[in-house]
Write a new protein. Structure first.
Length: 349
């Protein structure tokens, strides 16, 4: 049976979807429901899920945020998006994240229940699992599609590979097979290791000189080995490192919402004061500094990938005051948001 999780902040909508659709006739069973993306992730950590039905507009964590995290952490889980309004831009983004189908809540009652699940089931059956290695084409390997690169980038940024040897080896293999350019890896790796610069200062010059993907991946292997050696030598060792990595992931996943040091400390079962002390030691940044950096990185992506106004982007990454956001952005990048966007577009010409 295909295990389904319904994610929607509207309880009546969840119950209605569960009761209306003929799940069992199409080999599906609803194993749970969640009121927002954060609760959905908690559920998925405890129980296997094959298919999500996700509302795009939810508090705490939006449907798009959830889809991005699921793509990274649960690559074989597929999704169907739900929306009350015709949010074409959001739906388009969702399709780029690999969703199977889109259901409009407005038209849901008029659609044939059997056809909905039959269509979704057929699409599921026709797909290769996303975690399966890509088949190598004869001759040279073609460059990956943008959505494939985005998925790889998200997995590298997650840092889960840092304390899982098996995951690290699989990620290296997928990266090598995907035909990613060494230039892209040389741009990505320094950014994802930034939280650990206080533990290990990598030789970025050697990375810049890497002539191919194999050399870049070997550079990352060497960095990972040095980090582990540093951890082993530390008195508080791997336990604290794992807690700090979990905190970094927690912050990255929730950076654009209301987030405080107390939330991250509670997530890793530490007191606030001890957490802040460890976080500064292991990352070289205070909690607030790191949160600000993550928000500015999110803003950079939105400035490059959308045409949204500066005020909209400021609000999307957690700042209600666009002037304050522009000031912080300038402090971090030495550019105003409008200048950053213009520079990016000029570089693409």
């Amino acid at each position: 049976m295909i295990r389904v999780l319904i994610v929607d902040d509207d309880k009546l909508a969840r119950k209605g979807l569960i009761s209306i659709l003929p799940w069992s006739r199409h080999g599906m069973t609803v194993v749970g429901e969640a009121a927002n993306g954060a609760k959905a992730l908690e559920f998925m950590e405890r129980q296997e899920v094959d298919l999500l039905f996700v509302d795009l507009s939810m508090p705490v964590m939006s449907g798009l945020e959830l889809l991005r995290i699921v793509q990274s952490r649960f690559p074989d889980v597929r999704s169907v998006v739900l929306s009350f309004h015709e949010e074409f831009e959001s739906v388009q983004t969702a399709y780029r994240l690999g969703v199977l189908d889109y259901l409009s809540k407005v038209r849901l009652e008029s659609e044939d229940d059997e056809q909905i699940l039959q269509r979704i089931g057929e699409r599921l059956a026709s797909e290769t699992p996303r975690s399966a290695p890509a088949a190598a084409a004869p001759g040279s390997v073609p460059p990956p599609a943008e959505e494939d690169w985005s998925a790889l980038e998200a997995q590298w940024r997650s840092l889960h590979w840092l304390y899982s040897e098996a995951l690290f080896q699989r990620l290296c293999q997928r990266t090598a097979e995907a035909g990613v350019s060494v230039h892209r890896l040389a741009g990505l790796f320094p950014r994802i290791l930034a939280p650990l610069e206080n533990v290990h200062a990598p030789d970025f010059g050697r990375l810049a000189e890497a002539g191919d993907v194999a050399a870049a991946l070997q550079w990352m292997r060497d960095c990972r080995s040095v980090i582990y050696a540093q951890v082993a030598a530390a008195s508080d060792g791997a336990t604290t490192m794992e807690s700090m990595l979990k905190a970094v992931l927690f912050i990255r996943e929730r950076a654009t919402g209301a987030l405080h040091a107390e939330d991250a400390a509670e997530h890793v079962h530490m007191s606030r004061s001890y957490f802040c002390q460890c976080f500064k030691k292991w990352t070289g940044s205070t909690f607030n500094e790191y949160l600000r950096q993550e928000r500015i990185r999110a803003a950079e992506r939105l400035l490059c990938e959308t045409n949204r106004s500066i005020g909209w982007i400021a609000n999307a990454v957690g700042y209600s005051d666009s002037k304050y956001f522009s000031q912080l952005f300038h402090e971090q990048t030495s550019l105003l948001p409008s200048e950053f966007r213009a520079q990016h577009h000029k570089g693409e010409e």
